[in-house]
Ligand binder design. Structure first.
Ligand code: GRG
Length: 308
């Protein structure tokens, strides 16, 4: 269920306009990203980094980070540098994922991919530049947060990106290419690392910045793991059911590459059921927070109802 036009969410009965909330949060994130990365000498690399960073996208990871920081008593200001860093990391992973050596895609976010515009050499460097800058940005720009919390966030981001996270998921994904009978266990490993790890870091980093107690961090971690896997199941479904215009990238790539996906194992209907089940589990984790969790509940519902 998408919660728009002031309809109450199923869980809280509170009136909440998700479309307005997303638009406001996207505007805050876009402005902060724009300020974060001016073009200086050598212009070529900054232009390549900005090309992908400012190419749109849902800005889901930064929005989750801001939401959990506020939910657990912090402010948007405290979390904004981390929120931008999450988007820089996500964007660099998309640039590298689209390279000919990886998924070899021509379109992303409705535009030509980074390497199609700037060449492979520059695209690799643009990804590297964004990754390094993400950590610098968090360390230099975060204000009103005690150093121990900030250090914990830096460690969480590093773990989500490296071999224990995105890189680990990607290597298993590459290993599975062209292999028939990829098991559900392996598929879950890939997506828990490639997709859920950064979503989890987005959710938990906001709460760490706010100084949330361990029990709340655990609840939010479980919420994030559930939405992370549901997000990927929906991504796999959309690869089959959505158009290139809706997706902003080539549709039907998984089928074409004979990639193991959730629909290839479960079929479309069961995949939708599993995604709904995970979202219900995610929402149940937020019960303790009461009405304050309305934005996170609506964001979880948005994941299964999205069309791109
Ligand atoms: C992280 C060092 C480092 C290297 C990259 C290539 C790679 C290693 C990992 C692949 C990660 C990847 C591309 C995962 C897919 C995640 C995913 C579901 C992307 C789509 O996210 P959306 O729908 O996209 O939020 P927008 O464009 O809306 O932001």
């Amino acid at each position: 269920m998408v919660v728009i036009d002031n309809k109450p969410t199923a869980q809280t009965g509170i009136s909440f306009d998700l479309a307005t909330y997303l638009a406001e949060r996207q505007a805050i994130v876009e402005a902060a990203l724009d300020r974060s990365l001016p073009v200086v000498y050598p212009e070529k690399i900054y232009e390549a980094m900005r090309y992908s960073l400012m190419a749109g996208g849902k800005r889901l990871r930064p929005i989750l980070c801001l939401a959990t920081c506020e939910l657990t008593g912090g402010t948007v200001e405290m979390a904004l540098p981390t929120a931008c860093a999450l988007e820089m990391i996500h964007t660099m992973s998309l640039i590298h994922d689209d390279l000919p050596a990886m998924d070899n895609d021509d379109y992303r976010r409705g535009k030509l991919t980074n390497h199609k515009v700037f060449g492979e050499d520059v695209a690799i460097l643009a990804g590297d530049g964004l990754l390094a800058y993400a950590f610098e940005h968090v360390a230099v720009e975060t204000q009103h947060v005690p150093a121990d919390r900030l250090l914990k966030v830096v460690a969480m981001l590093g773990r989500a990106v490296g071999a224990a996270g995105l890189v680990g998921g990607q290597i298993v994904d590459l290993d599975c290419e062209g292999k028939p009978n990829v098991s559900l266990e392996t598929l879950n490993f890939i997506h828990n690392h490639k997709t859920a790890a950064l979503l989890e870091a987005s959710v938990t980093s906001g709460a760490v910045l706010a100084g949330a107690p361990e029990a709340d961090l655990q609840r939010l971690s479980r919420y994030a793991q559930n939405i992370g896997l549901a997000f990927q199941i929906v991504d796999d479904i959309l690869d089959i059911t959505a158009t290139q215009e809706e997706l902003g990238k080539t549709a039907g790539k998984d089928l074409q590459a004979q990639k193991a996906t959730y629909p290839s194992i479960w079929g479309l209907e069961e995949s939708r059921r599993q995604a709904e089940h995970l979202i219900a589990g995610a929402k149940a984790e937020l019960a303790e927070f009461g009405d304050k969790a309305t934005p996170l509940i609506a964001l979880a519902e948005f994941i299964t109802s999205r069309t791109h």
